[in-house]
Design a protein around this ligand. Sequence first.
Ligand SMILES: Cc1ncc(COP(=O)(O)O)c(C=O)c1O
Length: 352
Amino acid sequence: MSKFWSPVVRELEPYVPGEQPQIDGLIKLNTNESPYPPSPKVLDLITHDTIDRLRLYPDPNSKKLKNTIANYYKVSGEQVFVGNGSDEVLALAFMAFFQQGKPLLFPDISYSFYPVYCQLFGVTPQTIPLREDYTINFDDYPLDNSGVIFPNPNAPTAIGLPLATIEALLKKNTESVVIVDEAYVDFGAETAIALVDKYPNLLVVQTLSKSRSLAGMRVGFAVGHKDLIDGLDRVKNSFNSYPLDRIAEAAAVVAFEDDNYFCECRDKIIATREWTVAELEKLGFRVLPSQANFVFADPVGKNAADIAQHLRDQKVLVRYFNKPRINQFLRITIGTDAQMQMMIDALKRYTR
Ligand SMILES: Cc1ncc(COP(=O)(O)O)c(C=O)c1O
């Protein structure tokens, strides 16, 4: 605490990211990164010419990347916004749309950055409980709101919502922006990008950090009606005109162009997930249905915090949230087959 801090900073409870420890041989299953490297074509970008051009500012509008994403999802370049990770895109969206004096609605169990952005940007949060089975229930979402935001699949539950359920929400919630945070959508859920031309208040946010193996590059994007994108641009250009550096933009373009590589990695992760779920169930875990690159697993009758510590002692890092309703779960990122085998073997050595 310093007397120089503003009242807002004094009150902040910043987001705590998953650990990035530098421990040799550690199996890192705690931050939902991809276990596979980015497309090998990303390496071809690192030429003398690329390095020489780092003297120059990048394209402030990242036009090439926007057009690549637009082609991929069959929308226009004007419907795409890009930023330095989807966290930044979300932050700019909070500033652009939710400071409206009414509450922003999101599930009680959801991405823990949403309440932090609410504090930072003076947005009033209203959390709506998930059902007993941890699914989102939009029947409980009041229409008098400044917006609605939820991940699909949800984090950390990994449960996906069908597109029809999202469309039913959009049909009734027409007077505020609805953000679908699709950080994990590629692993088995359906993207709502198909609905952006029908609903001018829908903004879909995605990231290249998970299914495209570029967490270290920090690239995220949003797709929505041109007017929503204009709003985001106004905020971005009042904050940081060059959110994507030259190499990040070029790597992101390649990550979309190399679709075969993307599909190969995604399919491997899905297959490994299904194997992991079966193995965890054999060990007596209850695993929520996952459409993501992680599973949320309850070691029924055993202490999840203690198991997380045991795994850590065995050099396997998973995420444990000491929070109401979810403190009996472990969130386990899907790694390679070999890593998951080692995680399961380490669990078998747990004897308490
Ligand atoms: C639900 C959700 N949204 C957004 C993000 C942010 O991703 P990034 O900033 O790496 O694009 C994450 C990261 O874990 C996430 O879990």
